[in-house]
Design a binder for this molecule. Structure first.
Ligand code: COA
Length: 675
């Protein structure tokens, strides 16, 4: 029997197949063409085959993909070439025979077990015996769909979430007869095509729909006591949109009837869908952000019941190994726009309050699952990093895809704790830090934290010092730490990368200090570390800092910042491991003595960024002074202090207020009005 090592970061998987060249999708409703568009935009040469029994539906599906491509082109998300690639090579047909060439067939027909089983038999009769076959079912166990096939080992569930071209979450079901290599290959394939694959067991409704469907069902049972508006409003403390608003959006009533009936059939009557779903049409409810008055006692009851079902389902998912804790929380955020995952909510409420909610829920629904262990054991896991091991080197992957891996306190501590945990482990040679996905190593420090400290110099300086706890630790870490840049490294993400003892990068990665465009100065080493490590390139760093110039990794490599450049994402972490082992025997200390740097050339009146955005002269003044002072400082630690202070000074300017508020509201800042 072939075996393989399991990795948490899918990029470490050695895929057993190539990227597919021909993919067939059966079902031209909504999700089928959406999946088609995702695949066409992620795989440039892909030939897409769309199959349906209805020619009209097929024509509409092709139009839909064309329209998405046009929209992408008009919004600048796709180049002309990319948009035309998406629009080419789509074959729409009512004849299954055209699936013969496909490397992968995805079924996205309606949730009808008999229909799906027939489709799979028909597909199997036409395609090669190695062709991958997956179903987009949200609820039906793979065992029921595929066990009649001649070659079931190549078939499983790959469950997308709406809209399938934008929503990164995809569940992959690991069921009894599927070949483990197929599951691993799908994890790898989804990763390299910019999705967030999550493996689940073959339980009915898998992992994420158990959370969502049962939450909606419980909301419907609550209608005896409250209105849809009241229920949506109360749940808005932890979701962006309440259950009834989402049910309207997704035309979800029939889906809940289907999925909960199946759950009831397989796991017991306590999952039976609320009767009202059969007669209800559209729910009268509020839009996200709107408010309604709810009596405090009723609000408490709604909250307890809805959290009760979420907690009950979450502990069950973990107790039965249906999915992983970190995927459950992340998946709930990505797939259903939860502001916080259920386990995060449990942790925040604490053991006593979560237990109270669960016990109260169990009095209303005695058959529902209850925790088999103390509540706190469910909430202890790394939320924002993945940990792997390759050849004696620990691989730390920053995973916060909803914020391009921006680093906040909790992620910072998870990295730091992991390094401390293994620093003295004789079997660990060093560490590689990389980012999850193909876009971002890290888009910087978490900007959402900034508004609370603006205007307060003391607090801002303390924040910068405290944020530096990981970076300062790296300065004295006894084992090498390598940054593996898988994409953009911005601001605080770049400050982390340059504090590591070596850097490897994939060739389309890039670096930038965008802080000046937010009206602030880099706070945790950006004003001093590059100059102390690569003083000959000081002019490059000046323009990065005061004009937000982007630096390609090719150029960074020329000035000595990058140890190794690789062509493909797959080769990145192995290159980082190799470097970590090489650096293990070398000194890595940032120079303590003053450095000589080039004079800073700057536009005093109306300064502009490299992208032509007007900048704040006041913030640039603060930065230039700090760069010079830090270069002259007699020790590295005093240079860092100068940087912390410059960040704090910038955080007290009107420009910072303008820049940070504009970012958090998704607008462009106007520094002209701040001077
Ligand atoms: N802190 C917190 N959240 C961040 C973030 C950061 N540093 N960088 C990106 N995000 C979030 C965005 O707010 C957005 O969240 P939303 O979907 O809830 O609105 C999500 O990540 C995706 O980013 P978005 O801006 O929609 O992607 P894009 O492709 O249009 O732009 C960037 C990408 C990197 C250009 C843009 O996100 C950006 O400018 N980020 C700030 C970078 C920065 O200034 N870093 C330095 C801080 S020290």
């Amino acid at each position: 029997m072939r075996s393989y090592k399991k990795f948490n970061n899918p990029i470490l998987i050695q895929p057993t197949r190539e990227i597919p060249q021909w993919v067939g999708i059966i079902g031209a409703g909504t999700i089928g063409p959406d999946i088609g568009y995702y695949l066409k935009s992620a795989i440039p040469d892909l030939k897409l085959v769309l199959i349906d029994i209805n020619q009209d539906a097929l024509d509409k599906a092709v139009d839909r993909i064309w329209a998405y491509a046009e929209k992408g082109r008009n919004r600048g998300k796709l180049t002309d070439e990319q948009a035309s690639n998406v629009q080419q090579d789509i074959l729409a047909s009512t004849d299954y025979q055209v699936l013969a060439y496909c490397d992968w067939v995805i079924e996205a027909a309606s949730e009808d077990i008999d229909l799906k089983r027939k489709i799979f038999s028909d597909v199997e009769a036409i395609v090669r015996e190695t062709t991958l076959i997956t179903s987009n079912t949200s609820s039906i166990p793979a065992e029921r769909l595929f066990s009649h096939l001649q070659f079931p080992q190549r078939a499983t569930v790959s469950h997308f979430f709406a809209p399938a071209f934008r929503n990164p979450a995809v569940e992959i079901v690991s069921w009894e007869q599927v070949d483990g290599f197929v599951v691993e290959y799908l994890r790898w394939l989804f990763y390299v095509t910019d999705k967030m694959p999550m493996v689940t067991s073959d339980a009915v409704c898998f992992m994420l729909d158990r959370i969502f469907d049962n939450w909606c069902n419980e909301a419907a049972f609550l209608l005896d006591e409250a209105t849809p508006e009241q229920i949506d409003y109360v749940s808005s403390s932890y979701v962006h949109a309440g259950p009834f608003f989402v049910l309207n959006l997704a035309n979800g009533n029939p889906i809940i009837i289907e999925t909960n009936s199946l759950q009831a059939e397989i796991e017991g009557d306590h999952y039976t869908p609320a009767e009202i779903f059969k007669s209800a049409g559209t729910w009268e409810t509020i839009r996200p952000g709107e408010e309604v008055y709810v009596e405090p006692e009723l609000a408490q009851n709604i909250r307890d019941r809805l959290l009760g079902i979420l907690f009950s389902q979450s502990v069950d998912i973990l107790d039965r190994n249906i999915g992983k804790a970190e995927d459950l929380d992340l998946g709930s955020r990505l797939a259903f726009a939860f502001k916080q995952g259920p386990l995060e909510l449990m942790r925040e409420l604490g053991e006593t309050e979560s237990t109270r909610i669960l016990e109260k829920f169990s009095r209303t629904k005695p058959e529902m699952p209850m925790p088999r262990q103390p509540v706190s054991t469910y909430t202890k896991f790394r939320r924002f990093i993945l940990l792997d091991e390759l050849d004696g080197v620990k691989i730390i992957t920053l995973r916060r895809p909803d914020a391009l891996n921006a680093i906040h306190d909790e992620m910072n501590d998870e990295i730091l704790d992991t390094i401390k945990q293994y620093e003295d482990d004789p079997d660990t040679t060093g560490f590689v830090i990389s980012g999850y996905g193909i876009r971002a190593f890290s888009a910087g420090a978490d900007i959402d934290k900034f508004p609370s400290m603006l205007g307060d110099k003391k607090q801002s300086m303390e924040y910068a010092r405290s944020c530096s706890r990981l970076l300062s630790y790296l300065d004295t870490c006894r084992k090498p730490v390598v940054a593996a840049l898988n994409g953009m490294a911005l601001g605080g993400g770049l400050e982390l990368a340059i504090r590591c003892h070596g850097i490897v990068a994939v060739k389309d990665a890039w670096m930038q200090f965008p802080e000046v465009t937010l009206g602030i100065a880099p706070g945790i080493g950006g004003l001093t570390v590059p100059y102390r490590r690569w003083p000959e390139a000081s002019a490059v760093f000046h323009s990065m800092l005061i004009r937000a110039d982007k630096l390609t990794v090719e150029k960074a490599s020329e000035i000595g910042m990058i140890n190794t450049l690789v062509d493909k994402h797959m080769n990145l972490i192995p290159a980082g491991v190799w470097l970590a082992k090489d650096l293990a025997v070398k000194q890595h200390k940032i120079r303590d003595e003053a450095v000589s740097i080039a004079p800073i050339m700057r536009e005093v009146n109306a300064p502009l960024s490299a992208a032509g955005q007007r900048l704040s002269s006041e913030v640039i003044d603060i930065m230039c002074q700090a760069i010079d002072d830090a270069a002259r400082a007699g020790t590295f630690s005093s240079a860092l202090e100068i940087g912390y202070e410059a960040f704090a000074d910038s955080a007290c300017t009107a420009a910072a207020k303008e820049g940070i508020n504009a970012f958090t509201q998704g607008q462009k800042p106007d520094f002209q009005k701040t001077g």
